[in-house]
Ligand binder design. Structure first.
Ligand SMILES: Cc1ncc(COP(=O)(O)O)c(C=O)c1O
Length: 391
């Protein structure tokens, strides 16, 4: 056996697996509409791509970038926090540029969790939150997100023994996969619990700009959060820059310093031309047309799923519907497989987001209206012809 024991249970990243399966079907001549991964189809603003090219053509762009991120980008991020949330950040000590948010979220655990510590992970939750356990062997305890609690974690329901050992909690609003949005009161209470039990809050604000009801709140709006919380923002969803791999972690200085030390040992920062494009993206803001397109897609897909008789709560933010699988299907993977192979629609089985997803699927709307319309009509045909044997 040439691989480590942990590889016996470590699957590939679910979305890499789905994409591979989609490509295999496409090579066989099948057409597949991918509502699985959230991979925004619209490009960044032309000015952002231009900024990238211009910066790439300067003399020094090939050099290693500063490992905390360029001064210009860190300053822009701090300005954005001030404009957006009235939060003052010191760009030198409270902003760290990262190579996308996924890897920084996983690496954060190396910076704040001891070998005998524990990570609190929302269930359902973004798959990367489960990686500190799967990759580094940290214990984890799942915190259920249920419709009864507005898909918000209730710390008082977590076992006291787990809270005593907890050193990190991942929290994500607007939420993937449920679409829930959290209020300032929620964050206030959570910060109090984090201070009481002495764990770090990592707020994942990936969908800061994709909110349809209410608003995205930053944990850093709570003054006491400054000692216990960090927040992750990404350029992937707001600016359609997911392939650029550009994000930042902001907040508690001590935690960011530890994360910077981990990151600086593992990677060598983000290409400076990409950071220059990030400066342009923040200066111009998300495109209003792109934001409007998400509203239209949400409306079309939500109506279509309702017409199919499926059950879900309308998402208040992010780009997903978290849908209960229809009665008669044993589990989300069987249903997802059937949708892929019989109807040519890729969606994500809920189990990708934790044990509670066994009876859910996640349908994303990062594809154009046309694709969503086509997927819905294929779905309708499949519903009418689904063989009883597979139910
Ligand atoms: C909640 C959440 N956090 C983080 C990410 C990762 O974003 P990035 O492209 O910055 O790695 C995603 C991507 O879908 C996400 O849904």
């Amino acid at each position: 056996m040439l691989t480590a024991q942990r590889m016996r249970t470590l699957p590939p990243y679910i979305f890499a697996e789905i994409s591979q399966e989609v490509r295999t079907l496409e090579r066989q001549g099948r057409s597949v509409i991918d509502l699985g991964i959230s991979d925004p189809n619209q490009p960044p603003r032309p000015s952002v791509s231009r900024a990238l090219c211009e910066a790439a053509n300067t003399d020094s762009s090939h050099r290693y970038p500063p490992s905390q991120g360029t001064d210009a980008l860190r300053r822009q991020i701090a300005d954005w926090y001030r404009r957006r949330f009235h939060v003052d950040l010191d760009p030198d000590r409270e902003v760290l540029v990262t190579l996308g948010s996924k890897e920084a979220l996983v690496h954060l655990s190396l910076a704040v969790v001891d070998a005998d510590g524990l990570v609190l992970v929302p269930d359902p939750g973004y798959p990367a939150y489960f990686m500190p356990h799967a990759l580094f062997g940290f214990d984890q305890a799942t915190v259920p997100l249920t419709p009864r609690n507005g898909f918000l974690p209730v710390v008082s329901l977590v076992h006291a023994g787990d809270l005593e050992r907890a050193q990190l909690m991942f929290v994500n609003y607007p939420n993937n996969p449920t679409g829930a949005v959290a209020s300032r009161e929620f964050w206030n209470d959570l910060v109090r619990e984090a201070r009481r039990w002495d764990f770090v809050i990592c707020s994942d604000l990936a969908y800061a700009d994709l909110v349809y009801e209410g608003r995205a709140v930053s944990v850093l709006e709570i003054p006491e959060a400054r000692s216990v919380a960090v927040e992750s923002i990404t350029f992937s969803k707001s600016y359609n820059m997911q392939g650029f791999r550009l994000a930042a972690m902001v907040g508690a200085e001590e935690i960011l310093d530890a994360l910077w030390r981990v990151e600086s040992q593992i990677n060598s920062g983000v290409y400076s031309a990409i950071q220059a494009a990030g400066v342009r993206a923040i200066l111009e803001g998300p495109s209003p047309e792109v934001l409007e397109s998400y509203r239209a897609r949400r409306q079309l897909l939500g109506q279509g799923l309702t017409d199919l008789g499926l059950e879900f709560e309308w998402p208040r933010g992010a780009v997903y519907f978290w849908v209960t699988i229809p009665a008669g299907w044993s589990d989300s993977e069987t249903y997802a497989n059937h949708l892929l192979h019989e109807a040519g629609i890729a969606i994500t089985p809920g189990t990708a987001f934790g044990p509670s997803g066994a009876d859910h699927i996640r349908v994303s709307y990062t594809r154009p209206l046309n694709d969503i319309t086509q997927a819905l009509s294929k779905w309708k045909i499949m519903r009418n012809t689904a063989p009883l044997a597979s139910k």
